[in-house]
Design a binder for this molecule. Structure first.
Ligand SMILES: Nc1nc(=O)c2c([nH]1)NC[C@@H]1CN(c3ccc(C(=O)N[C@@H](CCC(=O)O)C(=O)O)cc3)C=[N+]21
Length: 287
């Protein structure tokens, strides 16, 4: 029998612990952690994320503000908002929802966010720190995946981890964290040869490609731990539902443990955003 890794449950207990830590932080510092989320336009995935995030921020005991800008916002206007948030002492964490509309530069905005407020961990300074193994602010989705892996497997040393996908927001930081945890790490991507055979070698398989149900049962080593990062909206029988990058029914016949979609990586991502916000607040008041 495969074991279900319940991201909803694990994230709830993470946020519960965080609320305790936050109360203590506020009592000691008289500072309430503040998170600012910037949403440009109306990307549906980002809207879901914002809704869940506001709920969790409140549960954690933070102040949270939402800044909605119209689809046609220009770079100067977005830059001005980020600069205002950078210099606002009540804001400890800034998240600009990606993807941005085409007229806006993501690298420019990521570089502009003050690194100590970069709760996504996307700023080049934080990316560099992660590569060097001494990051404070770690990208939320990979951090959430590591918490689930540690809870499922304990020590990850020596395990072969295969990461499918090489994005800056998931694949690359995920590989860095697995390496830091002493895994043997392979990254496969769209140009890789014989992806299936490489996936079949994995003790830990992390799917982060954004292709509905790409990973099939035959790609998975019996007993492997499978983390499904994909959140894909598909139409079937006239209704919309969410599926992962993993063909859940097939793979759960083979895997030792697997994350569901929804209720897996998604809620953990949000819990880790909250963890990063408290970390960021701690760093900023101690200076
Ligand atoms: N700067 C930035 N950082 C992000 O981390 C970021 C972003 N931009 N833009 C949008 C994507 C998307 N994302 C999600 C996180 C959690 C769920 C989540 O909790 N999903 C629920 C399902 C929700 C539902 O039922 O629709 C689940 O998987 O159980 C979804 C999507 C973070 N993103």
């Amino acid at each position: 029998m495969t074991r279900l890794i319940d991201g909803k449950k694990i994230s709830a207990s993470e946020v519960e612990q965080l609320a305790v830590d936050t109360r203590q932080f506020i009592a000691e510092s008289s500072v309430t952690p503040g998170l600012a989320v910037v949403l440009v336009g109306d990307d549906p995935a980002s809207q879901v994320y914002v809704r869940n995030k506001v709920k969790q921020a409140t549960a954690a005991g933070f102040n949270s503000t939402e800044h909605r800008l119209p689809e046609e916002t220009g770079q100067a206007q977005l830059n001005a908002l980020v600069e205002q948030l950078n210099s606002d002492p009540s804001v400890h964490g800034i998240l600009v929802q990606l993807p941005l509309p085409a007229q806006l530069s993501e690298p420019e905005i990521i570089r502009l966010i003050a690194p100590e407020k970069d709760v996504d961990g996307f700023h080049p300074q934080n990316v560099g720190a992660l590569a060097a193994g001494n990051a404070e602010l770690i990208p939320c989705t990979p951090m959430g995946c590591m918490i689930m892996l540690r809870q499922t497997l304990g020590d990850l040393s020596g395990k072969h981890a295969v990461v499918v996908g090489r994005s800056n927001i998931v694949g690359k930081p995920m590989a860095a964290l697995l390496l830091q945890a002493n895994c043997t790490v392979t990254i496969v991507h769209s140009r890789s040869q014989d992806i299936e055979a490489i996936c079949r070698q994995a003790d830990i398989l992390v799917a982060a490609v954004g292709r509905p149900e790409m990973i099939r049962g035959s790609w998975v080593k019996p007993g492997a731990t499978v983390i499904d990062v994909g959140i894909n909206a598909v139409e079937s029988g006239g209704r919309r539902r969410l599926v992962g990058d993993v063909a859940f029914n097939e793979v759960s016949e083979v895997a030792g443990a697997i994350t569901p979609v929804p209720g897996g990586v998604g809620p953990m991502t949000i819990a880790c955003l909250m963890k990063n916000t408290l970390t960021a607040a701690r760093q900023q008041i101690s200076v």
